[in-house]
Design a protein around this ligand. Structure first.
Ligand code: NAP
Length: 340
C-alpha cells in the first residue's frame, strides 16, 4: 500500500462536514500528497465501492444519507510562492490547505487579492468549485489556474482560469464536470500594488487609513464574519444555504411597489441581484426551529444543525423556506451547498 494513502472502511463523516451531519461513507481514502492521487483512484476503482466523491473540509455540502461509495480526500496542505519579490507573485496551494490560512499567509507577505475572502470556511481545492466570493471580491479575480485529476480516468489536467468557467458561486466543476475532478493545486496571481476593496458595509468602518494593508482588511473581514455568522464548531452550518437570486430588471418595479425597502443590486449583465437573507427574514424564518434543525438567529441565510439534526431535515426545511419565499415574492431560491 502506498504510504501516502490511508483507507478507512465504514468511515464516520460528522467531523468531515461543517453541518456535523452524522453520515457515514462506505470507504474513505485520505491522500497525503497530490502525486499519490492516481494511486488512490486506482485503488478505489479496483477494490472499493463506486461512485467516487472528492471532499475537502465539507463546508459547502449537505449529506442527506450515508454515502454508498468511496470518498477521496486530499490532506496535502503546502503553500508556496513563486517570484515572491516581484510585483505580481504567484501563490500555489495544495488542495487540502485551509483557505483562511492561505489568506493570512498572503496578507502577511503584503500581497493584495484575497484579503476580502478571509475566514471563508473550506479548503483551497474547494475554492474554485463555487468561485468563493465575499465583500465584493470573487476568487476568479486572482485565480490563474487549477491542477486536477479526473476521478474516472485518473488523468492529470491543468485548467487555465477561463477554462474553469467561473460564475456567480459556480464553475464547470459544479456544472458539466460536477464531481468529475479532484482539485489538487490552485494557482493565484496576487499583487503588491495596493488595491483596497471597501465598498461593502462594515469593512471600512473597522479600519483607519493608517492601517490600510491586506492584513488589516483580512482581520476586519474576519471580525465582521465572526460577528454576523454562527460558528460551525458550535452550531453546525455550511454558511449561506441559498444563492442570492438574480431577477430580470422588469420584475423589480412590482416588487418595490409592495416592498419599498427591498435591497437590490444591479449586476454587470443588467439583471438585478436580491438579498436572499432579506427575503427569508421578511418571510419570517429567522430563528425558526424544527426538531434538531433551524434557521440561525444571527443570519437568515444560514441553516443550522443544533446537534442531532439530519441532512434530510435540513433539506426539507430548505424546501419549505424556498416555497414560502416563492409564494410571497415570486422569486425562486436555489441552494448553494452540494446536496449529496
Ligand atoms: P450584507 O451586507 O447583509 O448584504 C446582503 C447581500 O447583499 C449580500 O449577500 C451581498 O451580495 C449583497 N450586497 C451587499 N452590499 C453590496 C454591494 N455594495 N454590492 C453588491 N452587492 C451587495 O451581507 P452578509 O450576508 O453579511 O454577507 C457579507 C458578504 O459575505 C457577502 O459578500 C456574502 O456573499 C459573503 N458571505 C458568504 C457566505 C458563504 O457561505 N458563501 C456566507 C456569509 C457571507 P453578495 O453575496 O453577492 O456579495
Amino acid at each position: 500500500m502506498n504510504s501516502h494513502l490511508k483507507v478507512t472502511l465504514d468511515a464516520p463523516l460528522a467531523h468531515l462536514n461543517t453541518f456535523g451531519i452524522k453520515a457515514r461513507a462506505t470507504a474513505l481514502v485520505e491522500v497525503g500528497k497530490p502525486g499519490a492521487v492516481p494511486a488512490a483512484i486506482d485503488l478505489a476503482k479496483r477494490e472499493l465501492p463506486s461512485p467516487l466523491l472528492a471532499l475537502g473540509d465539507g463546508s459547502n455540502l449537505l449529506f442527506t444519507r450515508d454515502f454508498p461509495g468511496t470518498i477521496i480526500r486530499l490532506t496535502a496542505n503546502r503553500i508556496r510562492f513563486d517570484a515572491l519579490d516581484s510585483d505580481r507573485p504567484e501563490v500555489i496551494a495544495e488542495g487540502g490547505s485551509n483557505w483562511h490560512r492561505l489568506v493570512l499567509t498572503c496578507a502577511k507577505e503584503g500581497l493584495w487579492g484575497t484579503e476580502n475572502l478571509a475566514l471563508i470556511p473550506g479548503t483551497c481545492g474547494a475554492a474554485p468549485i463555487q468561485n468563493i466570493g465575499a465583500y465584493g471580491v470573487e476568487l476568479h479575480e486572482s485565480l490563474s489556474g487549477v491542477e486536477a485529476f479526473h476521478l474516472e480516468s485518473g488523468e492529470k489536467r491543468m485548467f487555465e482560469t477561463a477554462e474553469c468557467q467561473l460564475g456567480y458561486r459556480t464553475s464547470r466543476f459544479r456544472e458539466q464536470d460536477e464531481q468529475a475532478y479532484l482539485l489538487t493545486r490552485i494557482h493565484l496571481r496576487l499583487t503588491r500594488t495596493p488595491n483596497p476593496r471597501l465598498s461593502y458595509p462594515g469593512v471600512a468602518e473597522r479600519l483607519n487609513d493608517a492601517e490600510l494593508s491586506p492584513l488589516a482588511i483580512a482581520h476586519a473581514v474576519a471580525a465582521l464574519r465572526q460577528q454576523k455568522l454562527p460558528d460551525p464548531r458550535f452550531e453546525g452550518n455550511a454558511g449561506s444555504f441559498f444563492k442570492n437570486p438574480v431577477i430580470p430588471e422588469d420584475q423589480l418595479a412590482g416588487l418595490l411597489d409592495e416592498w419599498p425597502d427591498l435591497p437590490y443590486f444591479p449586476t454587470p449583465s443588467g439583471q438585478i441581484k436580491l438579498s436572499a437573507a432579506w427575503l427569508i427574514d421578511r418571510a419570517g424564518w429567522r430563528g425558526f426551529r424544527r426538531g434538531g434543525v433551524g434557521v440561525s438567529t444571527k443570519h437568515a441565510l444560514v441553516l443550522v444543525n443544533y446537534g442531532n439534526g439530519t441532512g434530510q431535515e435540513i433539506l426539507d426545511l430548505s424546501h419549505a423556506i424556498a416555497d414560502s419565499v416563492q409564494d410571497r415574492f415570486s422569486v425562486r431560491l436555489h441552494p448553494e451547498p452540494r446536496i449529496i
